[in-house]
Design a protein around this ligand. Structure first.
Ligand SMILES: Cc1cc2nc3c(=O)[nH]c(=O)nc-3n(C[C@H](O)[C@H](O)[C@H](O)COP(=O)(O)OP(=O)(O)OC[C@H]3O[C@@H](n4cnc5c(N)ncnc54)[C@H](O)[C@@H]3O)c2cc1C
Length: 393
């Protein structure tokens, strides 16, 4: 650990476990810990005024085990039994559950469950496997410190970007949507793969997001907002007000070495565990949490043993990501930007079970072949050069 003063160490507070970063991954672990191991002396430290930040986190029913769905369900703000996608020439409803968590409700529930075990408004200045220092000089020692402080730096040449602007709208009359629209790609592509995402909270409230898959991270939020309001008008919806805004920009890896080597004692985006094509991290965070809890239940939270467990877990997980890296290279490097939607349109024409396995990150070899078989929706020579390119440079 760097920069920690000896005087601070002499007044060090001790805990069994400390989680740095009270966003999605850190919050979910703390949520489950408080339920499963109420006697554990742990702390969740978040620099924001509340946990969670400003997000809507969604996941598919088949991304999680039944048990995980059970313990996460009190945090779910809304769920639907189906969703739809819309591409030129393909309109489809997929009959598979979809769930949404709102970070404001997540923060309230977490605060109630954790009580004093949640420390907000505290910036973690430095940490190591068993020590943590706050910016105000408070020092902690623990059996284990887990880093869940969100994404790390990435190499911009080795990623594509999923970027979006979201608006929560209140409408004058019912919008008529029964299920989320995961992709309406029948909109002008504007030089990227662009689609509108719609989440109907109730019959007059919805979240609309303008999403782009792009080689650059910048996005003009005002222009995107104007385009979304045009879209709303074209659908015949009368807007009363915008009640919330949300933005995001996620790096999607094209090669393994897209970021600094992930640290073993980390969670969420900090560990690099997320779906490389969709950017969703909730399912991977939940899987890691279940693995950690199974280990700690039988053993304890000592950092050296956990570090070994997590290193093995990460290595094994990364070895299974080559296919998703290839898909990203197809999407970002082989497809002409305006034609990227064709890759996704082809994907959504496949069987529902394959689509479920894709979201869950569990594609069998036959699924992988099925997805790439036939005439590719991109230039053949570019597709071949993506296949020839290795996932690690
Ligand atoms: C707008 C948006 C929407 C997304 N939607 C989805 C989705 O629908 N489904 C899905 O699975 N994924 C989604 N993702 C991707 C990903 O799951 C989220 O980014 C998710 O929040 C990542 O979780 P995390 O815990 O790794 O990081 P975060 O949720 O970002 O949490 C990190 C936390 O650490 C805190 N922190 C950082 N530094 C310090 C410090 N020095 N001291 C103390 N605290 C610190 C931050 O304030 C933050 O609260 C979305 C991402 C974005 C940006």
């Amino acid at each position: 650990m760097t920069g920690i003063k000896l005087q601070s160490l002499q007044q060090t507070q001790t805990r069994q476990l400390i989680i740095a970063g009270g966003g999605l991954a850190g919050g979910l672990l703390a949520w489950r810990l408080a339920e499963l191991m109420p006697e554990l002396d742990f702390l969740l430290i978040e620099r924001g005024a509340t946990a969670g930040g400003n997000h809507t986190w969604c996941f598919h029913q088949h991304d999680l085990s039944k048990e995980a769905l059970g313990w996460i369900s009190p945090l779910v703000a809304a769920s639907w039994s189906a969703y739809t996608v819309d591409f030129p020439g393909l309109k489809r409803q997929l009959n598979s559950g979809y769930f949404a968590i709102r970070s404001d409700e997540f923060a309230k529930r977490l605060k109630t469950r954790l009580g004093k075990r949640l420390l907000t408004g505290q910036n973690v200045q430095d940490l190591s496997d068993q020590h943590l220092l706050l910016a105000d000089g408070t020092a902690f020692k623990a059996d284990c410190v887990l880093d869940a402080r969100g994404p790390d730096m990435v190499n911009p040449e080795r990623v594509g970007w999923q970027k979006f602007v979201g608006l929560e709208l209140e409408l004058a009359e019912p919008h008529g949507l029964q299920a989320p629209v995961l992709m309406d790609a029948c909109v002008p592509q504007l030089g990227d793969f662009r689609f509108i995402y719609l989440l109907p909270w109730d019959n007059k409230r919805l979240l609309i997001e303008d999403t782009r898959y792009s080689l650059t991270p910048e996005m003009d939020a005002d222009a995107a907002e104007a385009l979304m309001l045009d879209y709303v008008q074209q659908r015949g919806w009368k807007m009363l007000k915008i009640s919330r805004r949300e933005t995001g920009c996620l790096p999607l890896p094209l090669e393994h070495a897209y970021a600094a080597q992930p640290k073993p004692l980390s969670l969420g985006l900090r560990s690099g565990l997320f779906h490389y094509v969709t950017g969703y991290s909730l399912p991977e965070s939940v899987r890691l949490i279940e693995r950690l809890l199974a280990h700690a239940h039988q053993h304890n939270w000592q950092a050296p043993a956990l570090k070994m467990l997590m290193s093995d877990y990460l290595q094994d997980w990364q070895a299974r990501q080559n296919y998703f890296l290839l898909l990203n290279r197809m999407l970002f490097r082989a497809a002409v930007p305006e034609q990227r939607w064709r890759v996704l349109a082809r994907f959504y024409g496949l069987s529902e079970n394959l689509i479920r396995r894709f979201y869950a990150g569990e594609m069998a070899l036959r699924d992988q072949v099925r997805l790439l078989a036939g005439r590719p929706p991109v230039s053949v020579s570019r597709a071949l050069s993506c296949l020839a390119e290795r996932s690690t440079r």
